[in-house]
Design a protein around this ligand. Structure first.
Ligand code: NAP
Length: 536
């Protein structure tokens, strides 16, 4: 039976850093990973066109200056294969592989009050003991495949974007259906369309997408950014609402300007500039886009017009134009030729908003009495976000309390990091943290560093275990809801609100108070004798 100070669950960006950092601080540690390799999101999401939509210089580790100086990204937005190469490089460079057990899923984690330790069970039937459990299980890692009627009859191939096969999938000459039009679909549709004989896209809700404007990284620009890397990282933490700020390849201080205080001409010019820069830059145009309905409407109209310009057939264009929810309250998508793909002869858009998919048949699927013959179906239907991966593990705390039951009305955490009654169990990029709205790589480093300090303190003081008080948890949940209610987020049926999964409680699943505020709360809690926590 394995016995460790720390068990880390998951070997994606967050888990790898947790393993590295906590091992360096002298803890015996083992990381368990369900996949056969490292990478998490970037291991599983191998669908055609998969790439990051935050610039690679920013969507990468900052903990080692040598690492960030030596690694050379080939494109502005790294593709999945390059990100996986990077994470394998990090794994080997810091000698992490020897402490990772692959092909092993943690199926249960039970807290033993008598010993104050966690007993974990693996999919291989092993039992492992640990003092601390660090759940780096990802917040978009439990794929959602809706239970469409008749799916078992379908004889064609089925693919899930979030669980894509290891080997290349060839769509040449095939009739392919894609269900969903979120970020994953928007990246894969243009690539699949180039290969397939016929592509039919089944769209329930159109998304807002803007051109990523990806391309090879200019070595001069690479050198310029690297010369100021430390400064860039500081600004990402201190000033950038989402933890990213590169604009047109330049380090630009994020705006403090509000839409309300600008003229229509200034707004148009700013939106155009951001749009030309590509990627998620529109988030940074004004500070009040997510709280001021008029500002939001103006930006939405701007993007709607851009969509209309990109699609030749006005009827198809109107189907692709999002309406009825504020822009940016669902994740903005960044695409390469997404809307232009609908100008191809081999691509058809089927609106299933009012006429949902009726059922699958042996040879395809049926919508509104019309049969669509398909050889392959791609489910780009998203994830049981934030809570899904944790819910799939049988986690029991004090008195056998089950986490999944305790979270029936929505996740209960303090700082999106711990739950009352579950001592020494930590979530990295967890529910009600900032993972969904702040760069998760940076957030995970901050949380893990804090954890390292916390473990040192517990060790030095001979204290433990640690868990939050119910009062602190209540206050955190209230705060998350209050901040969200002051924004436009609750208006959208997004995964941020748990609204993409039927039956899931509709509550905000992320903290919208910004990173500086979030960090302050963590640091103040530690400085104040772990205020909000109970320490044994
Ligand atoms: P998603 O944004 O949740 O999109 C899922 C799509 O499937 C939506 O269009 C949804 O329609 C549709 N859908 C779900 N259930 C359906 C049903 N029963 N019938 C018909 N349509 C259904 O999922 P995702 O595209 O995988 O993206 C999830 C998140 O992952 C993103 O928001 C982003 O944060 C991240 N991501 C990032 C990147 C990147 O960095 N480039 C790429 C991919 C994903 P409704 O909207 O009507 O529910």
């Amino acid at each position: 039976m394995g016995d460790f100070d720390v068990v880390v669950v998951g070997a994606g960006f967050a888990g790898l850093y947790a393993l590295h950092h906590l091992r360096q601080r002298g803890h015996s540690i083992r990381c368990f990973e369900a996949a056969s390799g490292v990478g998490g999101t970037w291991y599983w999401n191998r669908y055609p066109g998969a790439r990051v939509d935050v610039e690679s210089h920013e969507y990468s580790y900052s903990f080692s200056e040598e690492l960030q100086q030596e690694w050379v990204w080939s494109e502005k937005y790294a593709a999945q294969a390059e990100l996986l190469r990077y994470l394998n490089h990090v794994t080997d460079r810091f000698d992490l592989r020897r402490d990772i057990q692959f092909d092993t899923r943690i199926t249960a984690a039970h807290y033993d009050e008598a010993t104050g330790r966690w007993r974990l069970t693996t999919s291989r039937g092993e039992t492992v003991l640990a003092t601390y459990c660090v759940m780096a299980t990802g917040f978009l890692s439990a794929p959602n495949k809706p239970p469409f009627k008749g799916l078992e009859k379908f004889t064609g191939r089925q693919f899930l974007t979030g669980q894509w096969p290891q080997e290349k999938v060839d769509f040449t000459g095939r009739r392919v259906g894609v269900i969903g039009t979120g970020s994953s679909a928007i990246q894969s549709i243009p690539v699949i369309a180039e290969e397939a004989a016929q592509l039919t896209v089944f769209q329930r809700t159109p998304a807002f997408s803007i051109p990523a404007r990806n391309g090879p990284l200019d070595p001069v620009q690479d050198r310029k950014i690297k010369a100021r890397y430390r400064e860039l990282r500081e600004m990402e933490h201190e000033l950038a609402p989402g933890g990213f700020l590169l604009t047109l390849g330049e380090i630009e201080t994020p705006t403090q300007k509000s839409f309300a205080k600008s003229t229509p001409e200034q707004r148009r010019a700013e939106f155009e500039r951001r749009y030309r820069s590509g990627g998620l830059n529109l988030y940074l145009a004004y500070t009040d886009l997510l709280v001021n309905q008029e500002a939001n409407d103006d930006l939405a109209d701007f993007v709607r017009d851009k969509i209309r310009e990109r699609v030749k057939d006005p009827v198809v264009a109107e189907k692709l134009v999002p309406r009825g929810w504020p822009i940016l309250t669902k994740r903005l998508c960044a695409d390469t030729n997404y809307y232009e793909t609908y100008n191809r002869d081999n691509v058809t858009l089927v609106d299933i908003k009012n006429t949902p998919i009726e059922e699958f048949t042996a040879t395809g699927l049926r919508v509104g009495g019309v049969d669509y013959p398909l050889d392959d179906v791609v489910f780009a239907t998203g994830f049981d976000a934030m809570t899904g991966a944790l819910d799939r593990i049988d986690i029991r705390g004090r008195g056998g309390k089950r986490l999944k039951e305790y979270w029936e009305a929505g996740p209960r955490t303090f700082l999106g990091f711990m739950t009352a009654g579950f001592p020494n169990l930590f979530y990295i990029d967890g529910p009600s943290s900032l993972g969904a709205v702040f760069q998760p790589v940076l957030l995970s480093q901050f949380q893990v560093n804090w954890l390292g300090d916390c473990f040192d303190w517990l060790r030095a003081e001979g204290r433990g275990p640690i868990e939050p008080t119910v009062e602190a948890e209540d206050a955190w949940i209230r705060l998350c809801a209050e901040i969200a209610d002051a924004t436009l987020f609750p208006q959208a049926n997004s995964w941020y609100m748990g609204a993409n999964i039927p039956g899931k409680p509709r509550v905000i699943l992320t903290y919208l108070g910004g990173f500086p505020d979030y960090r302050r709360r963590f640091l103040e809690a530690a400085a104040d004798g772990y205020f909000g926590f109970m320490v044994g």
